[in-house]
Design a binder for this molecule. Structure first.
Ligand code: PMP
Length: 382
């Protein structure tokens, strides 16, 4: 129950362990093409151009951002934690002039604050982390994108900890670049970077005066590959991670069979039940306001008198959760992922292990209340 890598469905793991096909095999060509089409649905876009490349989420960040900005471009980052800072580092290395709009830990600037900042200083791109994995803060992407677009900026969303578990309507919201990775709500072991580029992003890429220097990260190299596989005519640039793509095919298929709407609703229900449980145990979330609470993970402050040994105690009780990540509060909180295949019993088992862990940390007074509150939330009519 960590915020990635998550637990994977057996069928996905079976695809990963199946005999590796040639990257030019007609079955694989079919499979890759299906994955690319399916990813459009996952992102809520018909016009987007998908890229699926071997690499982690950080590579997706570079692949997504690096092809639309040029040296000297002013860029604004809605800063909600650790991964916003990573995006700032990437863009700074690309030679952009980066402005970070930060809020206190657990907070997020409002859309009107973003608007005021863009009036003061124009930006070619506004970047945001849909859900920051270090704080559990979910940015109101739709409202932020509306403001950024109205001020003429491209919108980039880091959806590594969100896509497939939080609502995303790229076309409807005006998101120009969305990026993610395989190991979280997409439900595939680590190793795939996924980028979806909208028409404005592609146009900006094509009109750039200066090209980036990296070969592996250039859309110039990957566009013919992605277009080729979708047209069932494989194009070689660099060997695709055949088994991971086959695993993604299975998991995207599962996701679309469940239906994007029902899947997001399930994530909402699991998050609400887990929140009801942790609230009943007296644990305070890191996000400062209700609407900022993510569906994909919970970041929770440790209670008075309990340190991070709680994480090991919960592990001893059979559930793996994560420690802190945000440097300002690292030792004072822990994180629980509830995305991908997570169901009711996982939420209840986690709360049970959390209660036993707390009891072993000398905080047993509330034992049973968390599970009871989650049961009540799960029993509520849908
Ligand atoms: N962005 C976010 C929101 C993330 O949660 C992560 C990984 N936890 C990354 C980017 C970077 O991904 P990776 O670790 O796969 O490079």
């Amino acid at each position: 129950m960590i915020p990635g890598p998550v637990e994977f469905e057996p069928e996905v793991l079976r695809a990963l362990g199946s005999p590796t096909k040639s990257h030019l095999d007609p079955d694989f060509v079919e499979c890759f093409g299906r994955v690319l089409k399916g990813l459009r649905d996952v992102h809520g876009t018909t016009a987007g151009q998908p890229f699926v490349v071997a690499g982690s989420g950080t590579l997706a960040m570079e692949l997504g951002a690096g092809n639309v900005v040029s040296e000297g471009d002013p860029v604004v980052i809605v800063d909600t934690g650790y991964f916003s800072e990573r995006m700032a580092t990437i863009l700074t290395r690309l030679g952009c002039r980066v402005t970070r709009l930060s809020a206190p830990v657990g907070g997020c600037i409002s859309p009107s604050e973003l608007d005021a900042a863009l009036v003061k200083e124009s930006a070619v791109m506004v970047c945001m982390t849909h859900v920051d994995t270090s704080t559990g803060v979910r940015v109101p992407v739709e409202a932020m994108a509306r403001v950024a677009r109205a001020r003429g900026a491209l919108v980039l969303v880091d959806g590594v900890c969100a896509t497939g578990g939080e609502a995303l309507a790229m076309d409807g919201w005006g998101v120009d670049v969305a990026l993610t990775a395989s190991q979280k709500a997409l439900g595939v072991p680590p190793g795939l970077a996924v980028v979806m580029a909208g028409p404005r992003a592609l146009e900006t890429f094509r009109k750039r005066a200066t090209k980036g220097r990296s070969l592996y990260l250039s859309w110039d190299e990957w566009l013919p590959v992605m277009e080729g596989y979708e047209a069932k005519k494989p194009v070689y640039f660099a060997t695709p991670p055949v088994n991971l793509v086959a695993a993604l095919d299975v998991s995207v298929g599962q996701l679309l069979r469940e239906g994007l709407g029902p899947r997001i609703a399930r994530h909402g229900r699991m998050a609400a039940a887990f929140r009801a449980g942790t609230q009943a145990l007296g644990l305070r979330p890191v996000p400062l306001e209700g609407p900022l609470l993510a569906n994909t993970l919970s970041a929770l402050y440790l209670p008075e008198g309990v340190d991070l040994s709680l994480v090991a105690r919960i592990r001893d009780e059979g559930v793996v959760v994560a420690g802190g990540l945000h440097p300002a509060i690292r030792t004072t909180y822990f994180r629980v992922g509830h995305m991908g295949a997570v169901q009711e019993n996982d939420v209840l088992a986690t709360l049970g292990a959390l209660e036993r862990g707390l009891a072993r940390s000398g905080q047993g007074a509330a034992a049973g209340r968390g599970v009871a509150a989650a049961q009540a939330a799960l029993a509520a009519p849908r």
